[in-house]
Design a protein around this ligand. Structure first.
Ligand SMILES: C[C@](O)(C(=O)O)[C@H](CC(=O)O)C(=O)O
Length: 519
């Protein structure tokens, strides 16, 4: 019944050796901060029987060292998002890491571009990571070959860059069920990523234009997603990093009420109306717009959390008693109701089913407290934490990071200067904007990213050139592009043979022909 000799002792010994090796890895300084809800035996049983290694692990270690150095120095890495290998070949001269943004991939790397709804095929971002990683390897190889065709003395005058800047990529919400998340993590590792971030958003529910931007999943689902990625990294035996991103900050909905840890923040109606969906359907049948009908209902529903509803009905003393028993992490609505019934004389009407959206989501009250709770809960599964914020509210930023650091003093944090930030509107002075990065670094926010520079940033350059080219033709091109790029320091381009890979191609020919390629 088998095509190999069945040596059960050897099989058992190999398995136990794997288990021991995994346990050792988990205790190493690189992994000691992680806590898994599964055993080394389970991971060993999920591994292949041949050893496979991945550059992703090396890149993960490299990133780890970069980040830890920043953390120790109170400094930060400032990078930006791109999907373009040419851009990467330049940014590595100033950045230590590269970011592959989902929003950018969705706009420029797919056959059907669109707004940042993370609705592109699940393998889109890993494919872009692979493209960039391979381009980095090309530049690394051609630079090495170019240097090695010179003597040791000559090499002193030649440029040398580290093109292998670790790639951090957007894993969005994992793209569906846990098996998809596992496959996504696998593809990212195979592509050469150093770190991915995974968030707690629901798939397919963003509607920015009608003010229904973000929906999160229950805490338990977020935990499972991150565990799925950690498990897959362990199965592959890589030191790839996992960033736990949390989008709960300004979210308006949650998909389910299954997890009591979320109950404190779920909003319901405190007036006994017809359900929102029925009101909206009726309104639309009468010719109203969705937003108008929805907002009419909302203004009549007395929307609030159960704790707020109790506060409204209780005396000050009753509420104090209620709060001391019922407002704590993980107390379910059922328990809250029981406590309210016991302590508050008046009936508290509250129904979170009435306010469910057309798509079935429950309404959510965002707060810094919820992101702190989620971030602390999942921290042991990941290496870094990112509280994604729709607006740069300095008070919230300080509160979030201070609270998490009370529990995890060495935590490393990330921050995205999200596209639409309006710093003036958020009350920032010019001085505060200038010191924003450094101020955040002091809070442990040591990886900072401008994710979407490549849209407006490249558009400015492209539009400027388009206009000049149309106006001045080749004469203008020679003056504004050719001449400056050929004057020292020579700009990377096709005219620079080392950059374009010409020497590398020649070296292939030479080696094939049996010629020497080193002095
Ligand atoms: C980081 C991000 O996920 C991205 O896809 O680049 C976006 C960027 C943005 O909205 O500016 C995000 O922050 O959600």
């Amino acid at each position: 019944m088998s095509n190999v000799s069945l040596d059960l002792d050897a099989e058992e010994a190999a398995f136990q050796a794997q288990v021991t090796a995994i346990e050792k890895e988990w205790q190493s300084p690189r992994q000691a901060h992680l806590k898994r809800p599964y055993s080394a035996e389970s991971i060993a049983a999920l591994r292949n029987t041949i050893p496979i290694t991945y550059p992703s692990s090396l890149q993960g270690d490299k990133l780890w060292n970069i980040l830890k150095t920043h953390l120790a120095n109170g400094t930060c890495e400032k990078t930006f998002g791109t999907t373009e290998p040419t851009v990467v070949s330049q940014m590595v001269k100033h950045q230590q890491t590269v970011y592959v943004s989902g929003a950018l991939c969705g706009l420029s790397e797919v056959q059907h571009p669109g707004c940042d709804h993370a609705d592109y095929p699940w393998d889109t971002v890993p494919k872009v990571v692979e493209k960039i990683f391979k381009a980095q390897l090309f530049h690394d190889q051609r630079q090495n070959q170019f240097r090695m065709r010179h003597s040791k003395e000559e090499r002193e005058k030649l440029e040398k860059y580290d093109f292998m800047a670790p790639i951090i990529a957007d894993g969005d919400m994992g793209f569906g069920g846990l098996t998809t998340t596992v496959k996504l993590a696998k593809l990212f590792v195979e592509a050469g990523v150093a770190m991915i971030h995974l968030d707690d958003l629901a798939i397919g529910l963003k509607k920015f234009t009608v003010g229904e931007g973000r929906t999160v999943v229950p805490t338990s689902e977020y935990l499972s997603r991150l565990t799925a990625v950690r498990m897959q990294f362990d199965v592959m035996g890589t030191n790839t990093l996992l960033m736990c991103r949390c989008d709960t900050d300004r979210s308006q909905f949650i998909t389910s009420t299954i997890d009591p840890r979320d109950h404190e923040y779920i909003i319901g109606a405190t007036n006994d109306l017809e359900p929102l969906v029925e009101y909206v359907a009726q309104g639309m049948a009468e010719g109203k717009q969705y937003v108008q009908a929805r907002d009419e209902w909302k203004s009549q529903a007395g929307l609030m959390t159960f704790d707020q509803a109790v506060k409204q009905k209780a005396t000050e003393e009753e509420y104090q008693q209620y709060a001391s028993k019922a407002i704590a992490y993980g107390i379910s609505l059922k328990e809250k109701r029981r406590i309210a019934k016991e302590l508050v004389k008046q009936d508290v009407f509250f129904d979170w089913e009435l306010s469910r959206s057309k798509e079935g989501q429950y309404m959510w009250k965002p707060s810094v407290k919820t992101i702190v709770e989620r971030a602390i809960l999942v921290a042991p599964l990941g290496d870094m934490t990112w509280a994604r914020m729709d607006a740069p509210v300095w008070k919230d930023i300080v509160e979030f990071h201070t609270e998490v650091r009370k529990v995890y003093p060495d935590r490393m944090f990330a921050f995205g200067f999200t596209g639409m930030y309006n710093y003036e509107a958020a009350g920032f002075s010019q001085e505060q904007i200038s010191s924003f990065s450094d101020d955040m670094a002091k809070l442990g926010i040591i990886w900072q990213v401008q994710p979407i520079w490549s849209v407006a940033g490249l558009n400015i350059t492209a539009e400027k050139f388009a206009k000049e080219w149309q106006r001045d033709g080749i004469a203008g091109y020679i003056e504004t592009i050719s001449k400056p790029s050929r004057a020292p320091p020579i700009v990377d381009g096709f005219h620079k043979l080392s950059y374009a890979g010409s020497y590398l191609a020649d070296a292939f020919f030479s080696v094939i022909a049996g010629e020497k390629i080193v002095p």
